[in-house]
Design a protein around this ligand. Structure first.
Ligand SMILES: Cc1cc2nc3c(=O)[nH]c(=O)nc-3n(C[C@H](O)[C@H](O)[C@H](O)COP(=O)(O)OP(=O)(O)OC[C@H]3O[C@@H](n4cnc5c(N)ncnc54)[C@H](O)[C@@H]3O)c2cc1C
Ligand code: SF4
Length: 565
């Protein structure tokens, strides 16, 4: 069986949702293929609104079950009883790593992808990031600069709804923000102290994809104001945070131009050597294992960094013996994540008569301040921070021994104010950090398993060291007491920002995609998920995937209208 469309989009997560929305709104008949199950907005958020006592293990996952079926996913902070149905069962999704270089692949294969369970932190990259590879010689030069993508950041921010404050910082460009979420009293105090103490450092409110003041573009889709419940990773039937389900997919559906097929695992891209174009994709039905082909003029691969890489490497042909559009041999290489799980926590004295209301779904952010104008450290690039201030609640007493009325009473009194910062650092692209297909092992659908080989390089290790020292020093300088640093992450993957395995670049000999995310080798195939990234910067990356996708669709659709594609 073969069916024809104008456009095929593979993957319905953060980037695929955007590709589907943009193409259908421009009038193109679009097929959206998703390997996972359907998830209906609202109705399928089965953990939403549950109280701890509604769950057998009080929102923890049964340890035996987690150890047996989710040994990788359970390491993600968001993996809970109320969210675990949005994470894959590791036993069903095997992949390999060398023993000495483990990698944690956190994934959600269902309609909406990881747009459902993301943490919604949304930051632009700036020219500091787009020029970095060229300036210090690590990685290949990005084929775009900030001016090329700025209006696409505007475009996606307005539709997604990003709340934040205008700061005028060159290293973290401002955007089209909804009103910022409010800082609490200690964060406000520390914001002032940062300004007084450091010329180069700013503490700002986290920029996040939450509707603090919904506009018509949001309410038209039935989206409402964020209620500060901070249960977002269970799904939010108010549509108050951005996800494929709340925003891009309903926008695409209302055009009448979208066909969505779930349980459709794209196995390969089909290629015609004569016309040197892709003709469609081959799909395995996840329920019946039936194989079928779909045909289209243009194909957008948005299956996530590893999902897309797997499809590319599996699509070998006489023309592309190393994998689809891989004449450069860059497919699968230059894998990056962010350096994370390093930070510090301390107590902030005072403010004992202050508290806060609600469960705010974001914290504060400290934009990068190292190596801004010139290299001053023994490593290149830099890191930023996410963090927040809070008061210890009754939970702090859980590990405290005791009994009786006084003991019970003590739980009613909030503890001291605490403030924590966690650093997110830029990882350099290195050719040896590589994803390949396992030569013999396959999954239950007969698809070759991925083999992920990724380790930290010298620059990464030097930065990790400085991330810890700088955080501890900074908290002490700001007057925090009992400061404790931590450095937990020896295994890459846990930042859940994997990217870079089909990078953009100016030179077809060393990169896979041009400045419009179009394959150098096959002009009717575009890749706009994280695999396109030529460097990782240190900001959370999904907003950039969205902007690159909208920009690439704009380009492809103009080419299609001009009959050039
Ligand atoms: C707990 C958590 C917190 C996060 N917090 C943040 C944050 O604060 N800020 C941020 O920027 N990012 C964050 N992220 C990362 C963010 O979710 C990802 O960057 C983003 O979802 C990637 O978008 P994508 O379109 O590339 O992939 P995904 O959203 O993962 O979507 C890919 C889709 O493709 C499908 N697919 C894969 N292979 C195939 C195939 N062969 N055939 C058909 N379909 C296929 C998958 O099932 C999936 O639905 C977080 C992620 C997690 C899990
Ligand atoms: S905090 Fe906002 S986005 Fe998150 S679940 Fe509550 S209402 Fe929804």
């Amino acid at each position: 069986m073969s069916e024809e469309f104008e456009v095929i989009v593979v993957g319905s997560g953060m980037s695929g949702g955007w590709a589907a929305k943009e193409f259908t709104e421009k009038g193109f008949k679009t097929l959206l293929l998703e390997r996972g199950r359907p998830v209906e907005h609202g109705a399928d958020y089965i953990g939403e609104g549950l109280d701890p006592w509604d769950m057998k293990f009080r929102d923890k996952v049964d340890r035996k079950l987690a150890d047996r079926d989710y040994p990788i996913q359970k390491q993600c902070y968001a993996f809970k009883e109320s969210t675990k149905h949005f994470f894959v069962k590791d036993t069903d999704y095997p992949y390999e790593t060398p023993k000495e270089n483990p990698f944690l692949w956190i994934r959600g294969d269902h309609l909406g992808g990881r747009s459902l369970q993301w943490h919604r932190q949304s930051y632009r990259l700036g020219d500091l990031d787009f020029e970095a590879n060229k300036k210090d010689g690590h990685g290949t030069d990005w084929p775009i600069r900030y001016k090329d993508i700025a209006k696409w950041y505007d475009h996606v921010e307005v539709f997604a709804g990003i709340s934040g404050s205008i700061e005028g910082l060159p290293q973290l460009p401002d955007g089209q923000f909804l009103p910022p979420i409010e800082m609490n009293c200690v964060e406000k105090e520390l914001q002032g102290k940062f300004k007084e103490t450091y010329e180069d450092r700013r503490l700002i409110i986290g920029r996040c994809a939450h509707l603090t003041a919904p506009q018509k573009v949001h309410t038209d889709l039935g989206r409402g104001t964020c209620q500060s419940r901070n249960q977002c990773q269970r799904g939010c039937s108010f549509g108050a945070y951005f996800s494929s389900q709340s925003a891009t997919l309903p926008a695409a559906e209302r055009t009448g131009n979208l066909t969505t097929v779930t349980h459709a695992i794209v196995e390969r891209v089909l290629y015609d050597a004569k016309s040197r174009k892709a003709t469609g994709v081959r799909v395995i039905d996840a329920q019946t294992k039936e194989v079928r082909d779909y045909r289209a003029r243009v194909i957008f691969l948005c299956a996530s960094t590893f999902g897309t890489t797997q499809i590319l490497l599996n699509s070998t042909s006489e023309a592309f013996p190393r994998g689809f559009a891989n004449s450069s041999d860059a497919v699968g290489r230059y894998l990056m994540d962010h350096l994370c799980a390093i930070g510090a926590v301390g107590e902030y004295p005072g403010f004992e008569d202050h508290y806060y209301l609600g469960r705010r779904p974001t914290g504060i952010y400290i934009p990068r301040f190292k190596n801004l104008r010139a290299q001053t450290e023994d490593y290149v690039r830099g890191f930023g921070y996410q963090g927040d201030a809070w008061r210890d609640s009754w939970r702090a007493g859980l590990a405290r021994p005791g009994f009786g009325a006084d003991f019970k009473e003590s739980f009613k009194t909030p503890g001291p104010w605490k403030f924590a910062l966690e650093a997110y650092g830029e990882m350099l692209p290195r050719a040896d950090n590589r994803v390949t297909l396992h030569p013999t092992k396959t999954d239950k659908f007969g698809l070759p398993q991925l083999h992920i080989d990724c380790s930290y390089g010298e620059n990464d290790k030097k930065m990790q060291k400085d991330m810890l020292t700088t955080t501890v020093d900074m908290l002490k300088e700001l007057g925090l007491q009992n400061v404790k640093g931590y450095s937990d992450n020896e295994i890459p993957g846990l930042a859940i920002h994997e990217m870079g395995t089909a990078r953009m670049g100016r030179d077809p000999r060393t990169s896979v995609l041009n400045g419009y995310n179009q394959c150098h080798d096959v002009d009717n195939v575009f890749i706009t998920d994280g695999s396109a990234m030529a460097s990782s910067a240190c900001q959370n990356p999904s907003l950039t995937y969205m902007a690159l996708t909208a920009r690439a669709v704009d380009y492809a659709s103009r080419q299609m209208q001009a009959n050039l594609l």
